[in-house]
Design a protein around this ligand. Structure first.
Ligand code: ADP
Ligand code: MG
Length: 682
């Protein structure tokens, strides 16, 4: 019997309660548990002397117990356990509050590693609530696990160490030998052992490299398999002779070179036998909508319908307006279908869609994906694709036969990473802005300038413009902290500096309808100053908004700052972005300076990648990525191309990974995608 694949409950020390917690994390067996990787490690390889350690920073010290002081109970429900130790030169105290266990286990004369922050210094320095382990059989690189409520890192460590022992009896491997030796990778068994119990840093690096390779490879295999499955389908065949010059000639502006090229590429795709599966990536304001309109005209001239889907009602309405303007000259009248379309109207529109009189249909995902019958659906366009994970893309592929698909995204991702995140898509980038756009002027200032910034904002509000004020403590948009911070801030401004103005509030804990109502009010200029967390809807167009002030700007990634900045600069008036930070850190200031220097989203994304590593890009649930834990640690881009090569190599030989030798790999790919939501690949 292989204990690795038994229910997690069978693991010594895991009762029903803990098992339930593991299940919640998607961990059902000791094997699954081995893929719960450490978040970081406590490094005991280079202990310091107390005399050299700075107060307040965590350090590891090697020490001997001199004396255990008697437990003290200064207050009810409060107990103090203290141990006097020495590092050979300095005596200091280890202090434990309310937890006797470590204290009880420590023995005078024994050597221990203690890890924690040192404080005090007046009489004797102290380390409070330290992590302690005996030097004899110590883990020199001690794993620290990502925690969930009720499961401490120490508990997980114990359970994982136990699971590791099962590997001796049953070694595991997912990668075929050719890949392992070809890319110099350590075996999976060794890698799992080393990542959970590294003996040296080098061993840990090799293990992480191997696990990162595997994660990226699985992901690429999955997306390439999806792509392959799409490629062997047949799509709506359209004629290469289709002429849309009447459409382009009637536009109120000349196309940019990038737009013209994108339209050519897309029209070529539409005439191919296999369905198009293309990502149109372009910075905010680069003019993606007109490209979508051109594609819909091409489809309509071939007798096919186009659907344009937006994530929210307000974005759908905005698209209807724009598409109507673009398409009127060629005699196409788009229809709108959203959650708020009245029942009677909805019936009429559905009928037009079913009999083919509606050639272009604009709507929200939620509505369009429900029971709508198309006369001849040829092209599906989704906007603001980043909300759409790979799994959803796969689900969509099943809908309505195999229409051509175009996804549009304003989230700039460095090219190398795009290959992974969008591995199943061909990519077109709009890397040119329409002429005559005024670049947003960006300033990074300290909190001391806040009053002046307020005055500046008020001057613009007085001139009839609008502004955003982004206030968030941390990057995640809808945490309680952020919501409270935004609420408090809005209240303060409303009663203080901006008492004369209409102040609105938008945060992530609001219901979708509430959010839409606020954005609609902003659009209708019923709000002058909108205080918000980072939820400001991507893509919402309020051309009259000209200033965005971002508090705590140093806490955000550059890519996100860029997204936020894109809320302004959408009209013909000069726009401004004010980044407020009180950080004294050189790197924080350096990053913000980049924002003032460039308005090119791709350049910024590349810079962000260089400064923060790919972890941030992978870490964002918005890309619909499965969590690539290890890849996040490996900032080396060669890994990305290596895994891409390996994936191609494997699939060229065996497009569905059917050979017996590849079964463990195939299983792993399917599992990764199943975990990521609706099983995208089965
Ligand atoms: P996004 O890529 O952010 O979706 P939009 O499609 O909303 O950008 O376009 C932004 C604005 O630029 C719109 O008002 C649009 O009419 C305008 N626009 C698009 N292409 C051009 C162009 N080639 N020249 C001038 N203005 C353009
Ligand atoms: Mg857009």
């Amino acid at each position: 019997m292989n204990e690795l694949y038994q229910p997690i409950e069978t693991l010594a020390g895991v009762g029903e309660k803990r098992a339930a917690k593991y299940h919640k994390m998607g961990i059902h067996t000791p094997y699954d548990l081995l893929f719960h990787f450490p978040r970081t490690y406590i490094d005991y390889t280079a202990p310091v002397m107390v005399a050299d350690a700075e107060n307040g920073l965590p350090v590891a010290v090697r020490c001997t117990v001199l004396q255990k002081l008697s437990p003290a109970f200064p207050r009810r429900g409060f107990s103090l356990y203290r141990v006097v130790v020495t590092d050979g030169a300095t005596d200091f105290l280890l202090v434990f509050y309310n937890t006797p266990y470590t204290y009880q286990a420590m023995k005078p004369g024994e050597e221990y590693f203690a890890y924690g922050k040192l404080t005090g210094g007046f009489l004797r320095r102290e380390m409070q609530s330290p992590q302690v382990q005996r030097v004899q059989n110590a883990m020199l690189l001690q794993p620290v696990y990502p925690q969930t409520t009720g499961l401490t890192s120490a508990m997980m460590r114990t359970n994982i160490q136990k699971s590791l022992t099962f590997l001796d009896a049953a070694p595991v491997e997912t990668l075929p030998e050719a890949i392992r030796s070809g890319y110099h990778l350590v075996g999976l068994t060794a890698a799992l052992r080393a990542v959970h119990r590294p003996e040296t840093k080098q061993q840990l690096d090799e293990a992480r490299h191997r696990l990162a390779f595997e994660e990226l490879l699985l992901f690429q295999l999955g997306t390439l398999m999806l792509k392959h499955r799409t490629n062997i389908q047949h799509a709506a065949p359209m004629s290469a002779a289709t002429d849309i010059s009447d459409f382009t000639a009637a536009l109120p502006f000349p196309l940019t070179g990038a737009q013209a090229k994108a339209i050519r590429t897309i029209c070529k795709d539409l005439t191919a036998e296999a369905p198009m599966n293309r990502l149109l990536q372009g910075d905010v304001g680069s003019g993606k909508t007109v490209v979508a309109a051109a594609a819909s005209v091409f489809a309509a001239k071939n007798g096919y319908q186009t659907v344009l889907m937006a994530p929210t009602e307000i974005l759908a309405q905005q698209h209807l307006q724009t598409m109507t303007d673009f398409l009127a000259p060629v005699g196409i009248e788009p229809v709108l279908l959203t959650g708020s379309t009245k029942a009677k109207e909805k019936r009429a529109i559905k009928k037009q869609i079913a009999d083919g009189t509606a050639q272009v249909i604009v709507g929200t995902h939620a509505v369009i994906q429900k029971d709508i019958e198309f006369a001849s659906l040829g092209l599906v366009i989704t906007d603001e694709q980043h909300r759409f994970g790979v799994a959803q893309r796969a689900a969509l592929a099943e809908k309505g036969g195999f229409p051509h698909k175009l996804v549009m995204s304003a989230t700039p991702i460095p090219r190398t990473l795009a290959l992974i995140v969008y591995g199943d898509l061909d990519i077109t980038i709009l890397d040119e802005m329409p002429k005559g756009r005024l670049p947003i002027r960006t300033f990074a200032v300290t909190g001391g300038y806040r009053e002046r910034a307020y005055t500046f904002i008020k001057e613009h509000l007085d001139a009839g413009e609008q502004a955003y004020l982004v206030c968030a403590m941390i990057e995640e948009s809808d945490t309680l902290e952020n919501v409270q911070a935004a609420e408090t801030y809005a209240e303060e401004l409303e009663n203080g500096a901006f008492a004369e103005y209409r102040v609105g509030l938008l945060h992530g804990k609001m219901k979708p309808q509430e959010k839409e109502a606020v954005m609609a009010a902003m659009k209708a200029h019923e709000i002058d100053l909108l205080v918000c967390t980072t939820v400001v809807e991507v893509g919402v167009d309020v051309p009259n908004a000209t200033i965005i002030l971002i508090e705590n700007a140093d806490r955000f990634g550059l890519a996100q700052l860029h997204q936020l900045r894109g809320r302004v600069g959408r009209g013909s008036v000069q726009s401004y972005c004010i980044l407020v930070t009180d950080s004294r850190r050189e790197d924080a200031r350096e990053r913000l300076k980049i924002m003032s220097r460039t308005v090119n989203g791709f350049a910024i994304a590349e810079e962000d990648l260089r400064l923060r590593g790919p972890g941030d890009f992978f870490g964002h649930a918005q890309h619909g990525m499965p969590p690539l834990m290890q890849a996040a640690f490996c900032s080396n881009m060669p890994l990305v191309s290596e895994t891409q090569m390996a994936a191609k190599q494997l699939l060229d030989a065996d497009p569905e990974l059917e050979s017996p030798a590849l079964q463990p790999l195939r299983t792993a790919v399917l599992q990764l995608f199943a975990k990521n939501g609706e099983n995208g690949l089965n």
